[in-house]
Design a protein around this ligand. Structure first.
Ligand SMILES: Nc1nc2c(ncn2[C@@H]2O[C@H](COP(=O)(O)OP(=O)(O)OP(=O)(O)O)[C@@H](O)[C@H]2O)c(=O)[nH]1
Ligand SMILES: [Mg+2]
Length: 266
């Protein structure tokens, strides 16, 4: 029986739906709008997909799966976002999934015809998770326009796998699936190039991160959380509350909806 939009929306909205499937790998597809994420999603998952809304949002979520070398991979097609500052519902969904959904791999789909503009987003994702793969999509269009990209050099500069693809024709998809399995299984451990900020900021990050409660320290990338807080992005506190059940910041009142009653800071 085909899943209807109604039944799947209910299914996706269950608490905990952000988390990894019980078996297999969870992979997120992220990137700027119009880079071919949904084309890639459709090419990889075929008809094995369902859609619904993200809990509490009117933003559409699409999930699907495929098998590669015996492994089931669940793929989540995230809404297009220019940054992870969470300045729109789409960006908030993308940021929260990458940060709190604990994907085994985040595939950042970039447009090979305007790489430079897309790299900003890549760097932001690499700040959250080392389990990042860059999918250099629309490589056919880049070729047509005589744009040559040295993907090996890009890979060594970024420190994460870079896979050229043309999602519309299927070019490169097998290599992409190989890379997903390798990064998800830990056979390949990317070492993304990290942005190092000026010393005073680095020190503030260290001091702030050391004050987080232990449960937060284990759960997510505390450097990234500290950076967001230093930048004045308190929406991240609300997201911690929603996804990790810890929504309060001492002396600042309630920010999140978490019920565990733990503070973010010690
Ligand atoms: N030539 C070429 N066109 C592609 C490729 N991948 C996607 N496209 C086209 O690019 C356009 C955008 O593709 P989408 O898959 O909708 O992009 P998206 O990233 O999901 O867009 P948003 O959901 O709006 O963020 C469509 O017209 C696709 O057919 C590719 O590899 N080569
Ligand atoms: Mg799309």
């Amino acid at each position: 029986m085909a899943l209807t939009r109604h039944t799947t929306a209910k299914k996706i909205s269950q608490p905990g739906s952000l988390n990894s499937p019980a078996t297999g790998y969870l992979a997120a597809l992220a990137g700027n709008p119009n880079t071919g994420k949904s084309t890639l999603f459709n090419a990889l998952t075929g008809l094995k997909q369902h859609t619904g809304n993200w809990p509490g949002k009117t933003v559409v979520q699409a999930r699907g799966n495929y098998r590669h070398e015996g492994k089931l991979v669940t793929l989540v097609d995230l809404p297009g976002a220019y940054s992870l500052w969470a300045s729109s519902p789409e960006e908030e969904v993308a940021r929260d999934f990458i940060c709190f959904g604990r994907p085994d791999v985040t595939i950042v789909v970039v447009d090979a015809t305007c790489l430079e503009r897309n790299l900003n987003f890549v760097l932001q994702v690499m700040e959250i998770t080392p389990r990042t793969i860059v999918c250099l999509n629309l490589i056919d269009e880049a070729r047509r326009r005589n744009i040559h990209i040295d993907d090996q050099k890009l890979q060594s500069r970024l420190g994460v796998p870079v896979i050229p693809t043309a999602a519309r024709s299927g070019e490169g998809l097998n290599l992409l699936k190989d890379a997903v399995n390798r990064v998800a299984s830990g056979a390949v451990r990317p070492e993304p190039r990290q942005i190092r900020y000026e010393e005073s900021i680095e020190q503030a990050i260290e001091e702030l991160a050391a004050t987080f409660v232990p449960s937060l320290q284990e759960g997510i990338n505390k450097r990234w959380i500290a950076l967001r807080l230093i930048g004045g992005d308190y929406s991240v506190i609300s997201s911690i509350g929603k996804h990790l059940g810890s929504g309060r910041i001492k002396g600042e009142g309630e920010y999140g909806t978490g019920t565990a009653g733990k503070d973010v800071f010690k």
